[in-house]
Design a protein around this ligand. Sequence first.
Ligand code: PMP
Length: 439
Amino acid sequence: QDERTAQPTARSEELFDQAQRIIPGGVNSPVRAFGSVGGTPRFMASASGPWLTDVDGNRYVDLVGSWGPMILGHAHPDVVAAVQAAAERGFSFGTPSGGEVELAAEIVARVEPVEQVRLVNSGTEATMSAIRLARGFTGRDAIVKFAGCYHGHVDALLASAGSGVATFALPDSAGVPRSSAGETIVLPYNDLAAVEEVFAARGHEIAAVITEAAPGNMGLVPPLPGFTEGLRRVTREHGALLISDEVMTGFRCSPAGFYGLEGPYAAGPADLFTFGKVMGGGFPAAAFGGRAEVMALLAPAGPVYQAGTLSGNPVASAAGLATLRACTPDVYDRLGVVSRAVADGVADALGAAGVPHTIQWAGSMFSVFFRDGAVRNYDEAKAQDTDAFRRFFHAMLDHGVHLPPSAFECWFVSAAHDDEAVSAVLEALPAAARAAAGA
Ligand code: PMP
């Protein structure tokens, strides 16, 4: 028999009611609203290491990790110290400062093809700016993206996006001009023949192909062997740029992101990369970078305009720098151990309960699909049992494990997930798997 812990949720419910009156949907980013799993989102009061504590005093093992940034766990002492020290020196200067140069240097040192970077405030800004730069560099307007890849809420990229858009099954977004979505060509992921066909017909119009280095916004769908390499070859043949979005994978899959696992490619690296999440350490910081020849087109050096009042913010830069510096080989080892332990536990529990499932990987990043068989693209990702996931999610939450509230998201572990936290997850799994089975 499952003993469901009846957690108190009065304070979260009160806050959610109030929030819904003054914030659209009660949240500042859609997927937080529990839209696809139902129920009241838990309002967090504090977090430490692998643990979240909500406003009613419930404690959860955190497998969201702020959707990727918290690779060291919450409130890591080195990062707290760096943030406090930076804050005491002032919050924002509106001038260049040393911290942003150090953060840029750390990124350039880690990801070999990135010769120059520009710091921005969100992953959305990074991909938006990379696309403008690619258009400026090539003098072309069209962009190729893949169905199920999410690159932030950029107008031109909100066509067949994953993440919250997948969760809410919106084909697109209202408010996106037909003219800007009209310059976007959406193709199925992992289908190189489709890319070759489009380039054969329209190659001279295409400024860039943008792809997630290993897509994590339709669940984790890694590139098939040769796919990324093929994108590089085709784009180069037609004078288009390749943009590798490593906002989610960057500095997580390896010290050099997914590129560090799969690259270098014989056909050469992407022209531009985008980063976010881990490199901001939980603060609003992101970046785009790449070949110096392309980056040289950015203002003030060149004609492509891009700017930001808070870009390279000293406190955010200090958090990001401290986070990257603390990402030692031990941290990556621990991420691997924790994610394996959790994923093996999930596979055992779902298997024992007879629930169809597939777990897919990119380094230590993984997601669980509630269906059998390999998932290679968005259509296959959508063919899963989201009702089973909903039951599983709530059973886990009731047992003190906070999963991402959508079947289309990666599960994010941290190096602070110690044996106690991993055990708490493993103990919650059998009952949740039975709930998923509908038992
Ligand atoms: N690109 C990818 C691959 C992402 O996963 C995300 C966010 N989940 C973004 C871009 C957008 O980043 P942000 O939410 O910081 O705007």
